[in-house]
Ligand binder design. Structure first.
Ligand code: CP
Length: 317
């Protein structure tokens, strides 16, 4: 028998029904904690809560995990999906504006998830329609549902999120998954260690925001110096597609690789995470390690997205 919903869970569910998920900025620390509790309630839930509802999947950029896990989540709750995974097969290729595409999707769907290369595109989409809009990644800006599944994975692995020292490794300039998670962990008061090549440091305005919130953070270019103190190492891909200069990418593309020798320097319980896809920054020999959590993250994405879709549609188990 599942535990009864708490007052905080019910209040949050009522507040978010019909709303958008555009940025982690919209959630307070307490809302993040309550959201994780609600996600946990959706473990193993396959009830047809969204029967007859349609998810519009508007993906203007490539994706494996975000698109498939949203579609899986919708279908596992009895709903269905339509949309496109390549903007070139939509009328965008004929010059249709994002605004108009979203207005069209509104005619065919009940809720929309959008991925777009332009920062702020999810907000534009949310303004174009009264339907709930979920940001599945907008340029180098935000990936809020990835953040929820990252927090959920940390919580399940470590039993807590708050109080952990979390290191971010790789492309902190362009990595939207890192940007969103850094913002959320900053809200929750975690200590952060930022490890990147000089050219891919977390942008100044994001560092200033951390300072304004009083977040404790340090920065280094040296992975091996950072690793021994960490509870979680969040590895990111160097985002080739966002570089203006291909030579600049060539200079930094192989800066880091996490392999078993790196784990020898870490605490035994340090968890290695990655939003995926990976290229060379995590050696496949790590995959069998109990410390590797990246495939688990992808699996948790379905539970997180089931919970979000149900919440936004106001349909609870
Ligand atoms: N983590 C993530 O966003 O993966 P995809 O680009 O495959 O959706």
């Amino acid at each position: 028998m599942p535990a009864a919903w708490t007052d905080a869970q019910v209040e949050l569910a009522q507040r978010v029904a019909g709303s958008d998920v555009v940025s982690v900025r919209q959630w307070t620390p307490q809302e993040l904690r309550t959201l994780l509790e609600i996600v946990e309630r959706f473990e193993g839930i396959h009830d047809p809560l969204l029967q007859g509802k349609v998810l519009g999947v508007l993906f203007f950029e490539p994706s494996t995990r975000t698109r498939l896990s949203f579609e899986s989540a919708m279908m596992r709750l009895g709903g269905s999906c339509l949309g496109f995974a390549d903007a070139q097969i939509s009328s965008t290729s004929k010059g249709e504006s994002l605004w108009d595409t979203v207005r069209m999707a509104e005619c065919y769907c009940d809720i929309i998830v959008i991925r777009h290369p332009r920062e702020g595109a999810a907000r534009v989409a949310a303004e174009a329609t009264a339907l709930p809009v979920v940001n599945g990644g907008d340029g180098a800006n935000q990936h809020p549902t990835q953040t929820l599944l990252d927090l959920y994975t940390i919580h399940r692995r470590k039993g807590v999120v708050e109080g952990l020292k979390v290191g971010f490794l790789g492309d902190l300039k362009y990595g939207r998954a890192a940007h969103s998670l850094i913002e959320a962990l900053g809200k929750l008061g975690n200590d952060l260690v930022l490890v990147s090549p000089q050219a891919l440091r977390l942008p100044r305005r994001r560092l200033d925001e951390l300072d304004e919130r009083g977040v404790r953070w340090t920065e280094t270019t040296e992975m091996l110096d950072a690793v021994p103190a960490l509870d979680v190492l969040y590895v990111t891909r160097i985002q080739q597609e966002r570089f203006g200069d291909p030579l600049e990418y060539e200079r930094v593309k192989n800066t880091y690789q996490v392999d078993l020798s790196v784990l020898d320097r870490a605490k035994p319980g340090m968890v290695v995470m990655h939003p995926l896809p990976r290229v060379t920054e995590i050696h496949p020999s790590l995959d069998a390690s109990p410390q590797a959590a990246y495939f688990e993250q992808a699996r948790n994405g379905v539970t997180v997205r089931k919970a979000l879709l149900a919440l936004l549609m106001g349909a609870l188990p």
